[in-house]
Design a protein around this ligand. Structure first.
Ligand SMILES: [Zn+2]
Length: 326
């Protein structure tokens, strides 16, 4: 995913809630490697086959951040800190679904597992490129050394960001991995870890907010943006939908823009996939509160609205990574 240079662009647009949508399709799967992938040799995982391993050894990792609300958004995993290069292990037997660059994570790995007959994905983030030891399609075993810890992407110190997704990876379906971490075995210990939650002081995560906009695939049932608020011309369909939904929900917003022919070197404006939702008098308490409401509304509906990322008050908020302050 290419999003270079957005930071500079948004510095100019600090008064706007800047929303960018997924319009272009992601690169087709399988294009990473056209050659036969050869034999991937499952190295000894250090825990029995079919078992479950902690993604880092407890003696080498410190839990520095839990799952839950953080910085006004949702922290989708747990952070395990240790020195750069500390080994990271596969949680369970599975297949590498993604391995490479991901917004906010530097490099990430997503593993797909079959646990009790259903798909579960685990995510490992913030590695450097040379810390990713597997590639898409590789089979891995529980406890296999798959990566080395890094400090890449949006981080303030070396750590592993670890997520647990029942049903397979999607931006909004992570649950607190701490109980699963607690139930898993120490990598290399030979012990059989459990794939069910172990005892953990962590609380049950709140259910993801349900979409509260009735939007169809083309947003046709939403009223068009009044000309006085902004023009839909040149917007991609997903951008039109966001503009209409925001206008319907927040009629007090007087200006929604985003398209310009000259993006100043950035693609998101000329391609019509960025919306600038202008907040009147944004530094005031009222302005901040309104912008926060719009941001929370869009965050809650980020999947149905196909939002890729938002920028609001110097905070970069990707839909599938970690937010960071710019
Ligand atoms: Zn994290």
């Amino acid at each position: 995913m290419k999003k270079g240079g957005i930071v500079a662009l948004v510095a100019v647009l600090a008064a706007a809630l800047f929303v960018v949508l997924f319009v272009t399709t992601l690169s087709p799967s399988g294009d990473e490697d056209c050659l036969p992938s050869g034999t991937s040799v499952p190295s000894a995982g250090g825990v029995p086959a079919g078992s479950f391993a902690k993604p880092m050894k407890t003696g080498e990792a410190q839990l520095t951040s839990g799952f839950g609300p953080r910085w006004g958004t949702q922290h989708n995993g747990i952070d395990l800190a240790g020195p750069i290069g500390t080994p990271i292990y596969a949680y369970a037997d599975g297949v590498v679904a993604k391995a490479g660059e991901a917004q906010g994570f530097g490099q990430w790995i997503v593993l797909d597992h079959n646990i009790g007959g259903r798909v579960v994905s685990t995510v490992y983030g913030h590695m450097f490129p040379d810390g990713v030891l597997v590639k898409v399609g590789d089979r891995v075993t529980a406890g296999q050394h798959i990566a080395n810890e890094g400090n890449n992407g949006d981080t303030t110190g070396a750590h592993l960001h670890f997520e647990y997704h029942p049903g397979g990876w999607a931006p909004g379906n992570a649950v607190d991995p701490a109980p699963f971490y607690a139930g898993a075995a120490e990598p290399g210990s030979g012990a059989a870890g459990s794939g069910t939650p172990g005892s953990s002081p962590s609380t049950t995560p709140p259910a993801p907010a349900a979409p509260d906009v009735a939007v169809s695939a083309n947003g046709a049932e939403l009223a068009a943006l009044p000309a006085a608020v902004g023009s839909e011309e040149h917007f991609q369909v997903d951008t039109v939908r966001v503009a209409r939904a925001v206008h319907a929900k927040f009629p007090q917003i007087t200006s929604i823009g985003g398209w310009r022919a000259d993006g100043g070197g950035f693609d998101d404006h000329p391609s019509g996939r960025a919306a600038d939702i202008m907040i009147d008098n944004w530094p005031s308490e009222e302005g901040k509160a309104l912008g926060d409401q719009v941001k929370d509304y869009l965050w809650a509906n980020r999947q149905v609205l196909q939002i890729e990322y938002m920028i609001w008050r110097q905070q970069y908020i990707p839909s599938d990574g970690e937010p960071n302050v710019m």
